[in-house]
Design a protein. Structure first.
Length: 129
């Protein structure tokens, strides 16, 4: 192997290790509200959540055949009281009828929504959580 190839190989290996060290914690704490992300870690208490006004589960609930699922998200509340949450990477208004009046065990925001974006339940955490 030539000297240049050895240097390039070492540089590539160092860059890959640096990126892995920087990106891994970010990916592990993803709160972008993407379907299925963070669900498994919180499933035990998600399955106890009930949709407001009914006894239907927030976790894996179905409405008209659309499956719902819960996951961590980031959210904020405007001065008018309306919550906005990241749902599949986009900020969306949360319908007041789906906001649960309880806190999550970790104090963060969580959203339960189907793949289509229909929100079944929402727990607001600390602002911009």
């Amino acid at each position: 192997m030539s000297f240049l190839a050895s240097v390039l190989s070492l540089a590539f290996a160092l860059m890959a290790m640096t990126l892995a060290g920087v990106c891994a914690p970010v990916l592990a704490q993803d709160h972008s509200g993407h379907y299925g992300q963070g669900h498994a870690e919180n499933h035990d208490w998600y399955e106890k959540l009930k949709q407001p006004g009914s006894n239907a589960s927030c976790c894996n609930g179905t409405i008209n055949g659309v499956e719902g699922d819960c996951r961590p998200t980031r959210a904020y509340q405007k001065d008018d009281g309306v919550w906005y949450a990241l749902l599949n990477g986009r900020w969306v208004p949360v319908p007041p009828r789906v906001v649960l009046q309880q806190l999550s065990p970790d104090g963060n925001s969580h959203i339960c929504a189907g793949k289509s974006g229909v929100i079944f339940c929402f727990l607001g955490g600390s602002p911009k959580s």
